[in-house]
Design a protein around this ligand. Structure first.
Ligand code: ADP
Ligand code: MG
Ligand code: ZN
Length: 482
């Protein structure tokens, strides 16, 4: 057994998600990017003494949705606290965050492994405000100065803390994917990692297989893509095993992932860690979420990815893989359902959406929400094939035209005279011509070389410019040659 194989990797994730509100959590400044620095600010988010925070109802509503989407118990009462630390982009001198009484507790999400379903438990979800942004470069005097932009200060966040339930970078990746999908479907956040709307810290430790006690963990900050999450965890696994194997001891510390080198580097050890001196925020009353409010949010929850996947399997008879692909985003799922609902063959619809449509969207850089082909046109196309009015081959020809023009397949067929010929009279005429023009092949067929029928059918298809119904041609041809 290799050294690594003797060890078990243990991972817990802390995921920060920006709530999709238009305004900040404790003031009415807009949550927007792209504005001139320090323009979306007011005395509250600038941390002026005496300015009083007022909690955003919409932010709470989205936090409740987040709790429900992650199967948590939403708490009837939660408390905001001050988490005190000094940093130039934190003008108040403290972050307002929930501490010992967070808004939601005890949730879970299931991930799908090759060996089956695994449940990852969620410890808690708490609400907090974001800090501003320090800008260390990009200015002509950046060598000497750091600039601070407080537009982001006061942006509403939730932090989702998992139990240390993951055992590989793959499991961490799958869990984060599920978190992202659930929160997107529930409308809690865009979860756009590139824009920093979803940020993740990975807590990683190792222990000998079979050991019960958890090892000492390192917390890796600044993991800002799914790929980096895997890489950072895999690097950390080898680093920690290396230390233990050479007789060393892991120290509890915060590390940063450097995407350029693919390594994690120490940022600060626990000894240097802050004592945040949490205490209840005196300017905010406890957050009370009554049964009525909760019930209303529950009633407004959209269908979540896992439920949707399960329903796609039973309602449309899809394969698990197809159901996964089609529910990858809410937009994808909605598009598919509209098309499937309008068609007699939801499986064929799935193939067109995942195949030709996905390819055309990709090559033109479009999102499915902006697809030039509306869902009902996919349904129409599939049903034209189903009734035999259109051959699969013709459908493939028409599809790019549907994409370019946005026209319905029927309209394109009529305009271009592309109709499948199944009518026996019309086909017989073409078949008779082909038989008359290919006496050699007809003789070979009659002499027992029946495979030449393929050649003759091909000639008919060609003569009809692909419009003849191949099944009908085959049958008629065989009869004629008897
Ligand atoms: P802190 O606030 O100091 O980061 P928490 O108790 O909130 O500490 O834990 C943070 C995360 O660390 C959680 O996701 C938890 O599952 C994870 N975690 C705790 N102990 C370990 C460990 N030994 N190995 C891996 N992850 C751990
Ligand atoms: Mg932490
Ligand atoms: Zn403000």
């Amino acid at each position: 057994m290799s050294q690594l194989a003797q060890y078990e990797l243990v991972i817990g994730l802390e995921v920060h998600v920006q709530l999709a509100t238009r305004t900040k959590i404790f003031c009415s400044c807009p949550v927007e990017t792209g504005n001139a620095p320090n323009t979306n600010v007011c005395p509250v988010c600038l941390g002026f003494p005496g300015a009083l925070p007022v909690l955003s109802r919409h932010a709470v509503e989205l936090a409740i949705r987040g709790g429900l989407a992650l199967n948590c118990e939403v708490q009837p009462e939660s408390i905001f606290s001050r988490k005190n630390y000094f940093y130039p982009d934190l003008p108040k001198g403290y972050q307002i965050s929930q501490f010992d009484k967070p808004v939601a507790l005890r949730g879970w999400l299931d991930i799908q492994l090759e060996s089956g379903v695994k449940r990852i438990n969620i410890t808690r979800i708490h609400m907090e405000d974001d800090a501003g942004k320090s800008q260390h470069d990009g200015f002509k005097d950046s060598e000497r100065y750091t600039y601070v932009d407080l537009n982001r200060s006061g942006t509403p966040l939730i932090e989702i803390v998992s139990e240390p339930d993951m055992r590989s970078s793959e499991e961490a990746f799958l869990y984060l994917t599920e978190v992202k999908q659930a929160l997107q479907f529930a409308g809690v956040s865009t979860c756009d990692m590139e824009k920093g709307h979803l940020r993740c810290d990975a807590n990683v430790s190792v222990r000998l297989r079979g050991a019960e006690k958890l090892g000492t963990r390192a917390e890796i900050k600044n993991v800002n893509s799914f790929r980096f999450l895997r890489q950072a965890i895999d690097f950390e696994f080898e680093r920690q095993v290396g230390i233990v194997e050479s007789g060393g001891r892991i120290i509890q510390e915060t590390r940063l992932y450097n995407a350029d080198s693919g390594e994690t580097v120490s940022m600060r050890s626990k000894e240097e860690a802050h004592d945040y001196r949490y205490f209840p925020e005196p300017d905010l009353v406890p957050l009370r979420i009554g049964a009525e409010w909760l019930a209303r949010v529950v009633s407004e929850m959209p269908e979540l990815p896992q439920a949707k996947r399960a329903r796609f399997l039973t309602e449309y008879g899809l394969r698990p893989y197809d159901a996964d692909v089609l529910t990858f985003t809410r937009e994808n799922a909605e598009y598919y359902e509209q098309a499937a609902a309008a068609s007699k063959d939801p499986k064929a619809v799935a193939n067109w959406v995942m195949g030709d449509l996905a390819a055309m969207l990709k090559s033109t850089g479009k999102e499915i929400a902006d697809s030039p082909i509306p869902p009902r046109h996919i349904a129409e196309l599939v049903d034209l094939i189903g009734t035999g009015e259109l051959s699969g081959k013709l459908a493939k020809e028409i599809f790019p035209k549907m994409f370019e023009t946005g026209d319905a397949p029927k309209a394109i067929m009529e305009r271009e005279g592309l109709k499948q010929i199944s009518d026996t009279g019309a086909l017989e005429k073409i078949i008779d011509d082909v038989i008359a023009n290919n006496p050699k092949q007809v003789e070979q067929y009659k002499g027992g070389k029946t495979t030449v029928i393929g050649f003759l059918v091909g000639a008919v298809m060609k003569a009809s410019r692909g419009q003849a119904n191949p099944a009908a041609v085959n049958q008629l041809m065989a009869e004629k040659l008897k």
